[in-house]
Design a binder for this molecule. Structure first.
Ligand code: CMP
Length: 158
């Protein structure tokens, strides 16, 4: 999870989502991405564990080679994924996309560095809550794994 930082009052400390963010999770995400396969009660089981962080532009959320301590879903803003030795970003992820799943799923260090390229709000799950979520929801685990495998291939073939 991001380290606590007092960047001009910007909160990089996890805090509970408010009503608007919960609505976005419940409604928006049910139509796209990995939450779409969940029923209402399954979704209800995951939501209480989701916290939020607000990060300024240029904030490093996780670093290549570092520990897999959390999983992140972008609510607002943009996150650039970079890798040492690459001249261009591996990817720029936007609203509704997630990152940080590879270290957790494959039990390995972070494959890349994630830095905000705009002021960004993220939902986050601790490593423990993420593991519990994928164990309890195999269909969700499968869809996250499919994306993680595709990302791994992209990194290998660069
Ligand atoms: P993880 O390795 O835990 O931390 C860095 C994250 O960057 C990684 O998980 C993925 O979520 C993300 N990432 C790595 N490679 C790609 C890629 N090819 N496309 C998009 N995101 C990626």
């Amino acid at each position: 999870m991001p380290k606590i930082s007092e960047n001009g009052g910007v909160r990089a400390r996890p805090f509970p989502p408010g009503p608007d963010e919960l609505k976005w999770l419940e409604q928006g995400l049910r139509t796209v991405g990995f939450f779409s396969k969940l029923g209402r009660s399954q979704l209800g089981a995951v939501l209480p564990f989701m916290l939020m962080v607000e990060c300024p532009k240029g904030f490093k959320i996780c670093e290549e080679g570092g520990p897999g301590d959390g999983f992140y879903l972008i609510y607002k803003g943009k996150v650039s994924i970079t890798k040492k030795g690459w001249t261009k970003p591996v990817a720029v992820l936007e609203e509704g996309e997630f990152f940080g799943e590879m270290a957790l799923l494959f039990g390995q260090p972070r494959t890349a560095t994630a830095t905000t390229s705009d002021a960004t709000q993220l939902f986050c799950l601790s490593a423990e809550d993420f593991q519990r979520m994928v164990q309890q929801h195999p269909e969700m685990a499968r869809s996250i794994k499919r994306i993680a495998e595709a990302r791994r291939l992209e990194l290998a073939h660069a």
